[in-house]
Design a protein around this ligand. Structure first.
Ligand code: ADP
Ligand code: MG
Length: 343
């Protein structure tokens, strides 16, 4: 075994410490940026660190890997294999098992508002294809009988769903992907990074100058301007809204977030929900869940669960803001704000 002299040990410890302190030294930490299209959406990644190009290519490889794992349309994906398994257990990746488990957990926390087995209903509306249309009441009723996430079993990396069930992780996949990209960036020593995965924003640390990131929240009524701006650090800001993916028939708008109570687009008083928190996966799952829960449901969910903050926009043009965001949200609209507080 090689032995270090005390002098060498001191030098090694010192340089390890220097590395820790400088990590990404400001002069070397230039901005590196990459734009890509994946998971059916535009993604923008920005990271400040010396080996930014390597960090970016690792991140985009990971995004492709997760897309190939979660996609409902790629035949070899974990989700496709599960949907074709006829009730048999399927060995999946740790990623799939973790995200399915989170889907079940937030399904419970939202009293079934989030249901990752809603997919057959989404298909009946044509949201998974080019031909979107309003299905008949009978079709919806029939497809709803297949929906019940509480029948999903997860044991380690083995997942079992009933033979008539189909699942889809569309409500959570981008959030988890954001967490993974952040992990890769921080493994590369980055202390500043920001990504937008189709409107899901996630930040690592602060801006390189130490100030907070300013993240715009879209005005769901105009979609062309901001409702306001959130100042955040080390957090995800994830929005679900009725303006993101929708079609119109006979002047009525139908959107892609479904209420399993009747199989219709969820219409419970909200036009958008923005969730702020430390986990992208959790914020993504929650944004969809809270949108379905509706105004009162979302407020009571927040009051029993203190792990996140949110901005709700109601269909009658009000902004409801949880108290943790009071000092970090700047209203740029003419809509009034009501602050929701814990009792
Ligand atoms: P986006 O993908 O547009 O950012 P969301 O995160 O809110 O928006 O996810 C919407 C997706 O979630 C839908 O495209 C569909 O795949 C899925 N989904 C729709 N309704 C539900 C629901 N009630 N529970 C679980 N997943 C849902
Ligand atoms: Mg979501």
């Amino acid at each position: 075994m090689r032995r270090m002299t005390p002098y060498k040990t001191a030098v090694t410890v010192l340089s390890a410490m220097m590395l820790l302190i400088t990590g990404c030294s400001p002069e070397k930490a230039e901005e590196h940026r990459s734009d890509l299209f994946a998971m059916d959406t535009y993604m923008e990644l920005k990271v400040w660190c010396p080996d930014g190009e390597r960090a970016l290519s690792e991140a985009s490889a990971r995004i492709t890997e997760l897309e190939n794992t979660f996609s409902v349309t790629i035949p070899e994906s974990d989700i496709s294999r599960l949907n074709q398994a006829e009730g048999q257990p399927v060995e999946v990746s740790p990623d799939t098992s973790l995200v399915v488990q989170k889907g079940i957990e937030i399904g419970d926390a939202s009293r079934g508002a989030l249901d990752i087995s809603i997919y057959p209903v989404l298909q009946a509306w044509g949201f998974t294809s080019q031909e979107k249309h309003v299905p008949t009441r009978e079709t919806l009723q029939k497809e709803l009988e297949r929906v019940d996430y509480s029948r999903i079993r997860v044991e380690g990396n083995s997942v079992t769903i009933p033979s008539d069930m189909q699942i889809d992780l569309g409500a959570l996949a981008k959030g988890y992907t954001g967490d993974e990209v952040m992990r890769i960036f921080s493994d590369h020593g980055a202390r500043s990074a920001i990504v937008s995965l189709g409107g899901n924003v996630q930040a690592l640390g602060t801006k390189p100058d130490g100030s907070r990131w300013k993240v715009g929240v879209v005005n769901p009524f105009t979609t062309s301007d901001n409702l306001g701006v959130l100042e955040i650090a080390d957090q995800a800001v994830i929005t679900s809204g009725n303006y993101e993916r929708y079609f119109e028939e006979n002047g009525v708008r139908y959107w892609h977030i479904i209420d399993r109570k009747d199989g219709e687009p969820a219409d419970n008083g909200l036009v958008s929900v923005t969730v702020v928190g430390s986990s992208g996966l959790e914020c993504d799952a929650l944004s969809t869940a809270l949108f379905v829960e509706g105004t009162e449901g979302a407020v009571s969910h927040w009051k029993r669960d203190r792990s996140f903050e949110m901005v709700l926009v109601t269909d009658d043009g009000r902004i409801l803001l949880t108290e943790g965001l009071r000092d970090v949200f700047t209203n740029q609209s003419t809509m009034p704000i009501e602050v929701i507080e814990h009792e």
